[in-house]
Design a protein around this ligand. Structure first.
Ligand code: NAG
Ligand code: NAG
Ligand code: NAG
Ligand code: NAG
Ligand code: NAG
Length: 438
């Protein structure tokens, strides 16, 4: 495609500045020149060991600098195995599986997701990205690999295992349900099928594609799920009441016999229950399968399809997920999904919540995210995706969303653009033209 010519226009030095190649080869380089340089090597080793004691490992985790973040830990970890007796250093290297499901043509959200995740990870070499995409998009792996040559990226088509038409049969769009039309993509529902497809992966993280990771994702991966099928962030500025028709839910729960599935909780759903967002999940595949979560979600989607009045509103994949995982999820630290950054305003409930809980008095517009400063994950859900707007807002343009506690915080979109260099943007932009949602 035209990408091959684009590729040539990238300057070699620009490429190498974000290539962690050299760092991976460092260990071998040392070995090859070992004999004549032995005294030097020993001195270096001594200094390195000394450094390990006076330089805490967290120090080299520098935000916003993928090369530095990638480098020192690979080395320190390598030495630690032989010389340090920390028990966790001896544990076998664990792979961290990260799944994203998307049919969007624009690759820039994926580039930002990958770049931010590896830039802020303690062990970027442990991360394995699985991008679940339509079969005709698998070739795009080469463009992401070009930008991040040492990242483990796999493009996966799961149409071999799952019939997309079958998934589509359960998806119903109703124009009076307050859901955005683009939410009907089956790729919004595929995360719920992943445990059934990847049975050999015990645990994985699922991330929506509109995400910037600012924390060390390994910490998220190592969450103790306490026997639950999944973990998600709970957000009490949104309650179950905004999604569901409780009269219908009560009717469903009053059913008896074969009409009432075994997994349906006996106690009624609580309208005041806090909403937990499906955009960031840690999933224990085995528990998920044992508890029939996938079929429970499909069951609720079918109930929605059958319902005369809308059983739920304001979402398509989030509501059945909430019902199926009700009382069966572990609650994550809220910093792992600071959401709404692509929304233009706060709801009245959210405004009240900030006022009553934190004495923060916001107007409804623009949207404000006071916790973005300390977020481990920034989630740009909402209609205003940063990559669909400008890199820099004109002084006359409206501010969509503000991030941070300050009176006038940073514009949220800027936090997303930080992880896409102008060169990488020029490289990937040509693929953004064809969109599926229009
Ligand atoms: C919703 O769709 C129905 C038929 O599909 C149509 O008659 C109706 O006008 C639509 N309503 C809105 C609000 O778009
Ligand atoms: C899951 O489904 C299987 C088969 O349909 C059933 O035997 C089992 O009891 C279900 N488990 C739960 C926790 O509902
Ligand atoms: C604010 O957002 C809600 C949806 O969350 C929308 O219905 C409403 O029209 C918006 N209001 C303003 C003033 O933008
Ligand atoms: C909140 O801010 C608005 C103006 O934005 C002001 O009119 C109102 O009095 C404030 N409320 C409180 C309780 O401080
Ligand atoms: C990755 O993010 C870093 C930190 O913000 C930035 O300097 C770098 O240019 C980004 N890489 C790409 C390929 O955009």
């Amino acid at each position: 495609m035209e990408a091959t010519t684009r590729r040539l226009s990238l300057k070699a030095n620009e490429v190498s500045s974000w290539t962690p190649d050299s760092l991976f080869q460092e260990k071998d380089g040392v070995r090859r020149s070992a004999w004549p340089m032995l005294p030097c090597l020993l001195a270096v080793l001594f200094l390195a060991l000394l450094g390990m004691h006076i330089w805490p490992s967290g120090r080299s985790l520098l935000w916003g600098d993928p090369l530095r973040a990638w480098d020192p830990h690979v080395k320190v970890a390598g030495l630690a195995v032989t010389h340090n007796i920390k028990p966790e250093a001896k544990a076998p290297q664990k792979r961290v599986h990260i799944f994203v499901c998307t049919d969007e043509y624009d690759l820039r959200p994926l580039a930002v997701l990958i770049n931010s995740t590896i830039s802020n990870a303690m062990h970027p070499d442990r991360l394995h990205f699985h991008m679940v995409m339509p079969a005709d998009r698998l070739f795009t792996r080469k463009y992401l690999k070009y930008l991040f040559p040492k990242a483990h990226i796999e493009m996966a088509s799961i149409s071999k295992f799952i019939d997309i038409h079958e998934v589509n049969k359960h998806i119903t769009f109703r124009n009076d349900s307050g859901a955005r039309k683009e939410l009907i993509s089956p790729y919004n529902f595929l995360p719920f099928y992943l445990p059934e497809v990847y049975k050999d992966i015990d645990r994985f993280i699922y991330l929506d594609s509109d995400i910037v990771v600012k924390g060390n994702i390994e910490n998220l991966y190592n969450t103790d799920l306490e026997g639950n099928a999944a973990a998600a962030v709970e957000d009490c500025s949104q309650r179950f009441a905004i999604y569901f028709d409780f009269a219908q839910l009560d009717e469903i729960q009053a059913r008896e016999g074969l009409d009432r599935p075994a997994w349906l909780p006996p106690e009624p759903f609580d309208p005041k229950a806090c909403v937990f967002n499906r955009g960031v999940l840690v999933v224990d595949s085995k528990r998920w399968i044992e508890e029939n979560i996938t079929s429970a979600i499909i069951w609720w989607m079918d109930e929605f399809q059958k319902s005369e009045r809308n059983l739920y509103k304001a979402g398509l994949s989030q509501p059945p997920f909430l019902l199926a995982l009700y009382g069966k999820h572990k609650v994550l630290d809220g910093m792992w999904n600071v959401r709404g950054l692509g929304r233009p305003n706060l709801s009245e409930l959210e405004r009240e919540y900030f006022f009553n809980t934190f004495s923060m008095n916001y107007t409804r517009k623009p949207f404000v995210s006071p916790f973005a400063d300390t977020a481990h994950i920034l989630h740009f859900n909402g209609a205003y995706k940063p990559w669909k707007g400008k890199r820099k807002r004109e002084i006359t343009d409206d501010i969509v969303s503000l991030c941070g506690r300050k009176e006038r915080g940073l514009e949220c979109a800027e936090l997303w653009w930080e992880y896409l260099s102008p060169t990488a943007n020029d490289f990937l932009k040509p693929f953004a033209k064809k969109t599926t949602s229009e």
